[in-house]
Design a protein around this ligand. Structure first.
Ligand SMILES: [Zn+2]
Ligand SMILES: [Zn+2]
Length: 282
């Protein structure tokens, strides 16, 4: 995956441009590459496009506004997926659901493993979305939920689905572990393998076993969570990622990073570099 161009602020109809670009192959673009607390960059969010089909991965609180800087409406994507329930990843979902229902008159298609679907609705979305003019909404009244098939429980939960020709493997991650190991993490968090080629970890602690549990044979790009300060508690730190072998670092773009990034030179440490906002990767 290389940067083929960057989408400038003010670009009209940015999603159409990504749809066209994706006719020649799997295309990625990050509206945000920052951490939850970053101010220089918007929170990490990923657009996947292939043969004109588009998927938005993670919809943080500010993402609807960020998308509008490139003429993209929050309701325009063919599919959506969210990785975990922190606000920098799901805070814009209420807007997506209510805007789609009341203004666009449609239901967004959201990819969610069954177990997480219940958690997301009951613990995060119900508060703002449940009540209507007369009666109440269920999640399914506001979204078309696509449930991936679980293909492994151990040593790590894996789920698979294909949407519009995009193959997705969803893998459990250890972002906020509650019992100290991969299987015991009660806080739901996942990353994605896209077409078997691109790994996007979303938020995770340093977790080298991930690269043994997820099929890496055809992976040519890894977009990995990276915290720039120590100690690392719920994210992988730059110093920890530096200890991975050359082969992994040589495919690794850093995401979810904080505002001190100018003090770092990832390519001198064997990484590809910091993922860049609105760069188009193909
Ligand atoms: Zn985050
Ligand atoms: Zn998080």
């Amino acid at each position: 995956m290389n940067v083929i161009q960057t989408m400038a602020a003010g670009t009209p109809d940015g999603l159409q441009r990504l749809r066209e670009t994706s006719q020649s192959g799997l295309t990625l673009c990050f509206p945000g590459v920052g951490s939850a607390f970053a101010r220089q960059n918007d929170p990490t969010s990923l657009i996947v496009a292939k043969k004109g089909v588009t998927l938005l991965v993670d919809v943080g609180t500010t993402i609807p506004r960020v998308l509008s800087s490139r003429g993209i409406g929050i309701g325009e994507f063919d599919y959506y997926h969210v990785t975990h329930s922190h606000a920098d990843h799901i805070g814009g979902l209420e807007e997506l659901l209510l805007y789609s229902h009341y203004v666009l008159n449609k239901s967004p298609r959201i990819i969610l493993p069954q177990e997480y679907k219940e958690t997301l609705w009951n613990h995060s979305l119900r508060g703002g979305c449940e009540h209507r003019e007369n009666g109440t909404f269920q999640f399914e009244d506001l979204a078309e939920i696509i449930i991936p098939e679980q293909i492994a429980e151990s040593p790590r939960g894996l789920y698979e689905v294909e949407v519009g020709g995009i193959g997705l493997t969803i893998f459990r991650t250890v972002h906020i572990p509650t019992e100290g190991d991969n299987s015991g993490s009660k806080f739901w968090s996942t990353g994605l393998l896209i077409d078997g080629r691109v790994m996007f970890t979303a938020d995770t602690r340093f977790d080298p076993l991930l690269f043994e549990h997820v099929p890496m044979d055809n992976v040519d790009a890894i977009f990995h969570d990276c915290q720039l300060y120590e100690p690392s508690v719920v994210h992988a730190s730059y110093e920890q990622l530096k200890t991975l072998d050359d082969g992994l670092r040589g495919k690794m773009h850093l995401t979810h990073y904080g505002d001190t990034f100018l003090k770092f030179d990832p390519s001198s440490d064997g990484f590809v570099g910091f993922a860049q906002p609105w760069a188009i990767y193909q």
